[in-house]
Write a protein that binds this ligand. Structure first.
Ligand SMILES: [Zn+2]
Length: 234
């Protein structure tokens, strides 16, 4: 109840995202993993992720009722996917990432990859980290690095929209691509910790197994005071 930086710090959660009428108590960590999901959607995604990890089952996407509004409310990136005219060009100049025809003779990339690359550069990652991502995309295509799920490349309000995440929270050399939803659910967790909590939650839901805490090593929440200072600096 006292340490605001603890993953177990008591927080209020909207049971239905963005709906202030029903508030429940939970811990900062679980609240973060719940993201902008309703209670049913949350348990559905937990079980889907757990089945994927444990049994290799494919994750089934569902419509998430509150996600778009959530993105709208917390939108920071604000980079619309721009359609550019596509001129006729020699089909033999291929995109450096995916092998489709490039969209202009001056570009190394097709329209999709060009937009993706631009987003990545805009964020200021290191050249090595960005090249590692391109290498991943050449080998795997645009699929989530955590789950193999195909990523949405155009609709930035989709829960499946392709976003960047750090494999190890805060380590800027460990860049991966995942979808907006899983990125929020993973938050400050390492991949190993993320799957640990998915399993804990799934077991709790299915069998009533008591939830076992484990300290997330990179958990980082600023106090209200620190947040103000940071905002002032930025
Ligand atoms: Zn491409």
């Amino acid at each position: 109840m006292d340490d605001t930086k603890s993953p177990w710090y008591c927080v209020f959660d909207h049971l239905i995202p963005l709906d202030p009428r029903t508030i429940v108590l939970t811990s900062a960590l679980i609240n973060t993993i719940k993201s902008a999901l309703s209670e049913d959607e949350f348990w559905y995604m937990i079980e889907q992720l757990d089945d994927f990890k444990r049994k290799g089952k494919k994750i089934k996407k569902i419509n998430l009722a509150h996600w778009r509004q959530h993105v709208f409310a917390s939108k920071k990136e604000g980079l619309p996917y721009k359609k550019r005219p596509i001129w006729p060009h020699p089909q033999d100049k291929k995109c450096d990432i995916c092998g489709r025809p490039v969209f202009s003779l001056q570009s190394k990339y097709c329209l999709r990859c060009s937009h993706f690359n631009w987003r990545m550069e805009h964020k200021g990652f290191s050249p090595e980290a960005m090249e590692a991502v391109r290498e991943y995309l050449r080998a795997n295509g645009y699929v989530c690095a955590l789950t193999g799920l195909p990523l949405e490349m155009k609709d930035d309000r989709s829960p499946w929209y392709c976003v960047f995440d750090y494999l190890v929270p805060g380590d800027r050399s460990s860049l991966i691509v995942t979808c907006a939803l899983f990125c929020e659910m993973k938050s400050d967790l390492t991949i190993e910790e993320f799957w640990y909590y998915i399993r804990q939650l799934a077991d709790h839901k299915r069998y009533g197994t008591p939830f076992r805490k484990r300290t997330p090593h990179h958990w980082c929440r600023l106090t209200a005071q620190e947040l103000r200072m940071k905002n002032l600096r930025d």
